[in-house]
Design a protein around this ligand. Structure first.
Ligand code: DHE
Length: 690
């Protein structure tokens, strides 16, 4: 590693000045860090070498990916505690009655933090107390004895150590052939698509998650990146290692892959889509009335994510009526306007059409519309401009970035519209503006299509679907998920990485408001209810902060409260994915699925609508796994929550817990479901009840 002469001179001068100064600058408050026994008697050159050794160690260890470390290039991480005053903090920690480790001196404390980071957890991580397992243990094998010692000495002197801003940095010279063989490369490519592309983008420009381009990744280094991939972060990055999806070695392969240029993925033409299209049962061969005695409008369409299936479950009897094979890692299911059909989209862009009128619900058509997708919707309008119920479907893709219009009865695709365009604010070309949530208006023959990276909301009129008219509304970047307000006039969509919710007036076709919220709103479709103080509100949960935000939605009768966060209710932890209520319910339900604390990740909470300032009650919905997503039955009397388990552990595969919404008592469990995730009640999905 190169060290510039200029830097050595500057560093020498700084150290010299520091050595001459009798009292290095210290904050005035006690306690003060115990005297540090390095550098004082040492030769200056040795100190310079030692600081350089320490700096190299921080870089090699990737410490800056999670921590702020003064003087270390790119050490601006905000996952772990800021280390600017760690020498001082260490002495406070040792003196604190809460300290659980064995260290008696600052240096012992720092050594313990590096080698056994879980012995004592700091309470000063940016999102609250640091979670166990987040920091990887370092060892003499990874960093070497001298380097570890240098790093400890460096930290022991903070604050107070004057460090040149010109310390060495890594000079990335990372080439694919250096360390990833063909097999690793293929593995990483596939797994990146399956696990990472959704948040970080196929071209890795970032959206829900940060950008992962090589210029950003190389300074962090393999060790730190692998640790983040293994352990996740409190801001919502899943812990792929802890969850058993990647081994430690695999996280290292992925970390190396991220330091290389992303490969360019292929496009997809209409001919390619048509080649995948299968009409399994033509419309004329389908029943003309329901062939089942079951209350099919009360079916729950349940994503079994890792099985690549949906389970159709009768919510009156809790019986699994059928398992239907669908795309890989099903994302969502929406129902046709009459509810007769279910449309299920997989992450691999495969759409399945399921007929709910047959005795056993069956797949009647399928087609692949892209390589990476998250959204599907149907035509719901019936009025003066025509009857479009059960006529059309639309699929929104992440890659290639486009949406596709299909025949709603057969799934024959016939229109592709690219979303590649210019960012709404800076008018810069974006190669990958992905289609996030799509909703169908009940009031007009229109779909509201949210284009994530360019921050535009497209109102797509489908009366002439081969020649659709599109009004492009400028909103906010990183649009993600959202739902209607209770009147179904306003669509509320989270621009999650901008900490905002955009409000679209679907009747006038314009942006009604941009509402500032807490960190990373992730509402699913949100929850509509009447706040006793502020009137009608729509609430969102948050990935990034331990709160739910409630936004006033009634500009007519409560204009002072409209389109602002009128209430913030504290939760025990962040990492929430979904929130839900029902007009008949007195509760709002919320999960914390992505909280790094295993107990919180399976904890669900309810907030009472008549006392919404605080959580009424929280409890663990299972003894294992994570709790995720809620849905009500048709009557609004029972609520279902999914438990993600582990398919390899008998008894902990995964299940659904059904609660009585009046009493909060558990009614039953529907066991042995493979990663049950989203649940879509047919009736509630038709009418957008949430
Ligand atoms: Fe989702 C909705 C995208 C991760 C489960 N998810 C959505 C929507 C989008 C989206 C755009 C809105 C669709 C609509 O309404 O038309 N989801 C993404 C991602 O980009 C992201 C962050 C990363 C990824 O790689 O996919 C992501 N989502 C997840 C998960 O990890 C979840 C929990 C499980 C999984 O599928 O792996 C998950 N997303 C869901 C569910 C909904 C959803 C259950 C529908 C919620 C609803 O009630 O409508």
């Amino acid at each position: 590693m190169k060290v510039h002469l200029k830097f050595l001179i500057a560093l020498f001068a700084l150290l010299f000045l520091a050595a001459c100064s009798s009292t290095p600058s210290q904050p005035t408050q006690a306690p003060v860090a115990p005297p540090v026994d390095v550098h004082e008697d040492d030769d200056i050159d040795e100190n310079v070498d030692e600081i350089i050794l320490a700096a190299e160690g921080f870089i090699k260890g990737g410490c800056g990916a999670c921590h702020v470390i003064p003087g270390i290039k790119n050490a601006v991480g905000n996952i772990g505690p800021d280390l600017s005053e760690i020498g001082l903090v260490a002495s406070e920690q040792i003196a604190s009655p809460d300290y659980q480790g064995k260290a008696e001196t600052v240096k012992e404390y720092l050594e313990e933090s590096l080698l056994e980071p879980n012995v004592h957890l700091s309470s000063a991580c940016p999102g609250g107390p640091c979670a166990s397992g987040l920091m990887p243990p370092y060892s003499e094998d990874t960093l070497g004895e001298d380097q570890l010692e240098a790093m400890i000495n460096f930290m022991a002197q903070l604050p107070g150590l004057q460090v040149s801003s010109d310390l060495p940095t890594v000079e990335p010279e990372i080439k694919e052939e250096d360390f990833l063989d063909e097999e690793d490369m293929e593995w990483a490519k596939q797994v990146y698509f399956e696990r990472c592309a959704g948040c970080h983008g196929t071209l890795r420009n970032g959206a829900t998650g940060p950008g992962l381009t090589p210029d950003l990744m190389q300074p962090k280094g393999t060790l730190a990146l692998a640790a983040i991939i293994f352990n996740g972060t409190p801001r919502g990055m899943p812990d792929w290692g802890n969850q058993g999806f990647m081994t430690k070695e695999e996280t290292e392969i992925m970390a190396e892959y991220l330091q290389l240029e992303p490969p360019q993925p292929p496009e997809m033409s209409l001919d390619q889509m048509l080649a995948t299209w299968k009409l399994l049962v033509p419309p004329e061969d389908r029943p003309t009335e329901p062939q089942t005695d079951r209350n099919w409008e009360n079916y729950m369409l349940v994503t079994l994510r890792d099985a690549g299936q949906i389970a159709v479950i009768d919510a009156d009897t809790y019986e699994v009526v059928s398992h239907v094979d669908t795309g890989y890692a099903v994302h969502i299911t929406r129902t046709s306007a009459t509810g007769r059909y279910a449309y299920t989209i997989g992450r691999d862009g495969k759409l399945a059409l399921v007929d709910l009128w047959t005795e056993i619900p069956t797949k009647v058509a399928e087609a692949q519309l892209c390589y990476d997708a998250r959204s599907v919707e149907v035509s719901k309008y019936k009025g003066e401009q025509g009857d479009f119920t059960d006529q059309l479907a639309i699929v929104g893709c992440y890659w290639p970035p486009h949406f596709v219009v299909l025949d709603g009865q057969t799934l024959e695709p016939f229109k592709i519209v690219s979303t590649r365009s210019y960012t709404y604010d800076t008018e810069e070309y974006h190669p990958e503006p992905r289609v996030a949530a799509i909703v169908a208006s009940h009031l007009k023959p229109e779909w509201i299509v949210n284009i994530k990276e360019t921050g535009q909301v497209w109102m797509v009129n489908y009366t002439d679907p081969v020649n659709p008219t599109i009004k492009m509304i400028e909103a906010e970047r990183f649009l993600h998920d959202g739902g209607w307000d209770s009147t179904k006039r306003y669509f509320m969509v989270a621009a999650n990485n901008m900490n905002r919710v955009a409000v679209i007036d679907s009747l006038d076709g314009n942006l009604e408001a941009l509402v500032d919220t807490a960190g990373i709103p992730h509402p699913g479709r949100g929850a509509n209810w009447i706040d006793p103080e502020f009137g009608p509100v729509w609430s969102a949960s948050h990935l990034g902060e331990a709160v739910i935000s409630s936004i006033g939605t009634d500009p007519e009768n409560n204009p002072d409260n409209a389109w602002r966060v009128v209430r913030t209710t504290q939760l025990p932890g962040s990492g929430s994915l979904f929130i839900k209520t029902h007009p008949n319910s007195k509760w709002i339900w919320v999960d914390m699925t992505l909280n790094p604390d295993p107990e919180l990740s399976r904890t669900i909470c309810v907030i009472a609508k008549d006392n919404p300032g605080e959580v009424y009650k929280c409890w663990e919905a299972a003894t294992y796994g994570r709790a995720v997503h809620f849905e009500y039955n048709l009557q609004g009397t029972e609520i279902w929550v999914s438990i993600w388990g582990n398919a390899d552990i008998p008894g902990e595969v995964g299940e659904i817990v059904v609660y009585d919404d009046e009493t909060l008592e558990e009614i039953t469990r529907i066991p042995n479901l493979v990663t049950p995730t989203g649940k879509f009640n047919v009736y509630n999905t038709i009418w957008d009840i949430y």
